[in-house]
Design a protein around this ligand. Structure first.
Ligand code: NAD
Length: 372
């Protein structure tokens, strides 16, 4: 019997429909080659859902996502919806999907393709191949927040005025399940796990460290390293090749993964997977946003979205050969010199000789042609 998967596609806003469209084309092509059937249904979320239904995450979109095997998401947001109040902004769709699908582990691999060494802003980056495992549904983004008017004064007598606060809070259960994900990925990769925190200042970080030390005994084959987040930012630039798996909290992971993205060349290259407990649907999306500055111009790099399909097939649906075929097709296409504008801007004239500037559709065509 043909293996069949119920995939929800949410193109979203800006370049989302362009890059997600590319991802769907690659999924259909690779499925045909490897003998499985993706049953793809499209739903709205983000700004386009606000326009159509008045809310960023319509109930039918969330329901379909919860009932699916996996969700492929483009990106949401854009200046058209920037003036809307916080609770109804397009980005709420992402938070709503993460919460509603119980996706607590965000996996962000960052790999520097040797063909793109000249696109990295680092001079001698070495072999970058790291995985950031970011906690996704706890911490300061979901803690108690608010604001109030204070009658207190600063030491010099100035009135404090309005005070706003956000609260970082993590439970043992939330920390343990994400740490275990980190250890397990390290175990099947290069056996090194770096816990990034701010344990010199934050109570929550001290709990992360304590639990990591306790669990480490079960993963004696994995080397455990601790780094403060400020130091980690420096080390990611100074010695990126020495990292394997980084596990960290929601906010630190958010920031560090953009840094990791930039040192590998372009945000247009980086996929991500958001996963919950085994057996539950996962969400797969590029780490970039809706890039309003290039939307509708067929210029966006589709590779991050295409590699997100690869993550879905490998980490979630167990279609390993199809996933490997996508990674290899992307590598080969870059080796052949195809470059969207975001990865064609560096290097001297000599380096550019073998480069072909392509648009989103052409890059996708070439990757599909290279699927084996
Ligand atoms: P962005 O990632 O959209 O763009 C940052 C820069 O990277 C821009 O110059 C853009 O042109 C470029 N870029 C992004 N993706 C690219 C691609 N595939 N190919 C080539 N270049 C690419 O981030 P931003 O400008 O901060 O945000 C724009 C909008 O996207 C905002 O509304 C933001 O809230 C939203 N956003 C959404 C998500 C999401 O849907 N998951 C994530 C981040 C930002």
């Amino acid at each position: 019997m043909t293996r069949s998967y119920n995939i929800v596609s949410i193109p979203g806003d800006g370049i989302g429909p362009e890059t997600n469209g590319a991802a769907v084309r690659v999924l259909e092509a690779v499925a045909q080659k490897y003998g499985f059937e993706p049953r793809i249904t499209e739903y709205k979320a983000g700004g386009c859902a606000i326009d159509a239904f008045g809310v960023p995450l319509p109930g039918e979109t969330l329901q379909a996502a919860q009932d699916s095997d996996a969700v492929l998401l483009g990106a949401v947001g854009g200046p058209r919806w920037d003036m809307i109040e916080a609770e109804r902004r397009p980005e709420q769709a992402i938070l709503g999907l993460r919460q509603g699908m119980h996706l607590y582990a965000n996996l962000r691999p960052a790999t520097l393709y040797k063909e793109l060494g000249d696109v990295s802003p680092l001079k001698n980056p070495g072999k970058i191949d790291l995985l950031i495992v970011r906690e996704l549904t706890g911490g300061i983004y979901f803690g108690k927040q608010g604001s109030y008017k204070s009658s207190e004064k600063l030491f010099d007598g100035t009135r404090k005025g309005i005070v706003a606060f956000d609260t970082e809070s993590y439970s043992e259960a939330e920390i343990t399940r994400i740490l275990r994900r980190g250890f397990e990925f390290a175990r099947i990769r290069n056996k090194k796990l770096t816990l990034v925190d701010k344990a010199n200042v934050l109570n929550t970080s001290r709990l992360w460290r304590q639990l990591a030390k306790e669990i480490a005994g079960e993963y004696s084959d994995v080397e455990l390293e601790f780094l403060y987040v400020d130091n980690c930012s420096m080390q990611l630039v100074a010695r990126p090749a020495t990292f394997d798996v980084i596990v960290t909290s929601n906010m630190f992971g958010d920031i560090l993964s953009d840094l990791a993205g930039q040192i590998t060349g372009s945000v247009g290259l980086l996929p991500s997977a958001s996963m919950g407990n085994p057996g539950m649907p996962g969400l797969f999306e590029p780490i970039h946003g809706s890039a309003p500055d290039i939307a509708g111009q067929n210029k966006a790099n589709p590779i991050a979205s295409i590699l997100s399909v690869g993550l879905m097939l490998k980490l979630h649906l167990g279609e390993n050969d199809a996933a490997d075929s996508i990674s290899e097709a992307v590598r080969k296409t870059l080796e052949q010199g195809a470059r969207t504008p975001d990865i064609a801007i560096h290097g001297d004239e000599e380096d550019k000789r073998d480069i072909t500037l392509v648009n989103t559709t052409e890059m996708t065509d070439k990757i599909i042609a290279n699927l084996e």
